[in-house]
Design a protein around this ligand. Structure first.
Ligand SMILES: Cc1cc2nc3c(=O)[nH]c(=O)nc-3n(C[C@H](O)[C@H](O)[C@H](O)COP(=O)(O)OP(=O)(O)OC[C@H]3O[C@@H](n4cnc5c(N)ncnc54)[C@H](O)[C@@H]3O)c2cc1C
Ligand code: FES
Length: 263
């Protein structure tokens, strides 16, 4: 982990309220794994004191890319940054997703994204696709059609992508967890599949329940408000089943096995 000043290569609006920012850093390109995140300093004048955590969305040859939703002061200020400006960034942070090797040609990776939770799963899909070991099934859920992101990227990596929206404006109407449950219930078990998910807490809890129902291993990337980002301030606890009772999302996560979490 390093504190770096990296040049912005582009910072494009990808959909209403969503931006993709790519920065140049050989160090981050070489050292970042899918599921890890960065603590980003918002530009001067943003009125923010704390850095903002953003996940690795793509890991390129010459740098990394973040995909973010404008939800407040910090992300609004980031959205105004232009190519060539300098971004103060600390990373990579956290543990990232674990990817097991497999020789089973029928094994699957089930990726489940809720809203902007799609961001880190694109980097994961790219890494999984590069291994050519598992079929990749992606389930993308969001409130409306305009909140559905990255479907094309997933397809480019050879993933099968399914979509649902809460208002029915794209894909099936309803929660993406329902669609995932229907897909899994039609499979023969035991299925050699791993689930990876990122999204709002309610969705993650539902995914964990489905994983438990089918006896499948499931990793989730969790979000908490963060300050230090490195396990010092104890500001991002998540309740776990272990003896300590709590772990820090920034240092022990953000990726956890769902069996660890005390929901
Ligand atoms: C490990 C990690 C990875 C993340 N990756 C991404 C990413 O790839 N893309 C992305 O768009 N966002 C990501 N987030 C969430 C992102 O950090 C927040 O949206 C951001 O900090 C908001 O800053 P702000 O100043 O714009 O909003 P603020 O003014 O700070 O808050 C605006 C609203 O957003 C909510 N909020 C703020 N921070 C969080 C948080 N950490 N989790 C949930 N709600 C929050 C607040 O409760 C409030 O309602 C990630 C968070 C974590 C912990
Ligand atoms: S943000 Fe400080 S301990 Fe996690």
């Amino acid at each position: 982990m390093r504190n770096i000043k990296a040049r912005v290569i582009y910072n494009n609006r990808v959909s209403a309220g969503f931006y993709g920012m790519s920065i140049r850093s050989a160090y981050l390109a070489e050292n970042t794994r899918p599921g890890q995140f960065f603590e980003v300093k918002c530009p001067d004048g943003s009125g923010t004191f704390l850095r903002r955590p953003l996940g690795a969305h793509r890991i390129h040859k010459d740098g990394v890319e973040m995909l973010y939703e404008v939800v407040g002061k910090g992300t609004a200020a980031l959205s105004g940054m232009k190519a060539g400006q300098e971004l103060d960034i600390i990373g990579p942070l956290g543990n990232g997703f674990k990817i097991d090797r497999t020789k089973d040609k029928n094994s699957e990776a089930i990726l489940v994204a809720g809203g902007i939770g799609v961001a880190p799963l694109v980097a994961l899909a790219e890494a999984l696709a590069a291994r050519k070991e598992r079929k990749i099934q992606v389930f993308i859920g969001a409130k409306t059609k305009s909140h559905i992101l990255c479907e094309k990227e997933f397809k480019k990596f050879g993933c099968e992508a399914r979509v649902s929206t809460e208002d029915g404006s794209k894909g099936t109407k309803g929660f993406i967890t329902e669609k995932m449950d229907v897909y899994l219930s039609a499979k023969r078990y035991p299925l050699n599949a791993k689930i990876y998910a990122c999204g709002p807490d309610g969705m993650l809890k539902a995914v964990a329940g489905i994983a438990e129902k089918y006896g499948m291993q499931c990793q989730i990337s969790m979000e908490e408000r963060m300050a230090c980002g490195v396990g010092v301030c104890l500001g991002c606890p998540v309740k776990t089943k272990g003896a300590l009772g709590y772990k820090m999302v920034c240092k022990d996560g953000p990726v956890f096995d769902t069996r660890e979490i005390a929901w």
